[in-house]
Design a protein around this ligand. Sequence first.
Ligand SMILES: Nc1ncnc2c1ncn2[C@@H]1O[C@H](COP(=O)(O)OP(=O)(O)O)[C@@H](O)[C@H]1O
Ligand SMILES: [Mg+2]
Length: 250
Amino acid sequence: MTQYQNITPVPVIEIQSLVKSFGDNHVLRNYSLTINQSENIVVLGKSGCGKSVLIKCIVGLLPYEGGSLRVFGQEVSKLTQIELDEIRARIGFVFQSSALYDSMTVRENLEFPLRRHGKHKTRAEIDEMVKETLENVGLLNAINLMPSELSGGMRKRIGLARALILHPEVMLYDEPTTGLDPITSREIINLMLDVQKKYNTTSIIISHDMNCAKLTANKLSVMVDGINYMEGSFDEVSNAKDQKVHPFFE
Ligand SMILES: Nc1ncnc2c1ncn2[C@@H]1O[C@H](COP(=O)(O)OP(=O)(O)O)[C@@H](O)[C@H]1O
Ligand SMILES: [Mg+2]
């Protein structure tokens, strides 16, 4: 997808030589990537290579040992809890597992981020925001259902709605279409495109789904052995004659 690019790119997320290990498991080894405002970057990489770890570092859910990771100009490891909460309120995170609270209704799941970040909202305002967001993902009629009553595709939509409710500037999608049938997958992709258009979001999309990558990305980045191994347009990366990159497009 081609998108309007600012003449002077404004970096939103700047990752430089990021290092993250779990004991002897060296996951990120000098990983560098810059995402500018309004860019939508798809990160490809083998299962278990560190894609989810990367986005968890971005939102401060995992600490890192080395390098630099700046979000909205601020080094994540140096933030206080309050500053981190402020940054998280500007970022919508769609988890790989949808991560809904099973004991809460859809309405309560959506109210959760509002209570946490959207302080001083009245009952009526909260109600309005929940309904508007559910309408955006086409699931207003599911408002009183429990997560166990939802299909996989519906859960993904509610996960997306929960990430959207605070109108974030940045969206992080962790495998948004994995495990979905092609039709549901296309519906989620369409929603992601609506979100890009409507809110002019900047996004990182982790995906193995080439259709999703082709439709949602204006840039592709391939993670190999803990580094940003290759970066470019969909055509550049998909046509690369590189044995570590080529298999993704076979
Ligand atoms: N909280 C954790 N504790 C220990 N190891 C972890 C943790 N989270 C992820 N890992 C390890 O980090 C590596 C990358 O995981 P992950 O980022 O989830 O992969 P993927 O690219 O499939 O999203 C894997 O080897 C995984 O076992
Ligand atoms: Mg993952």
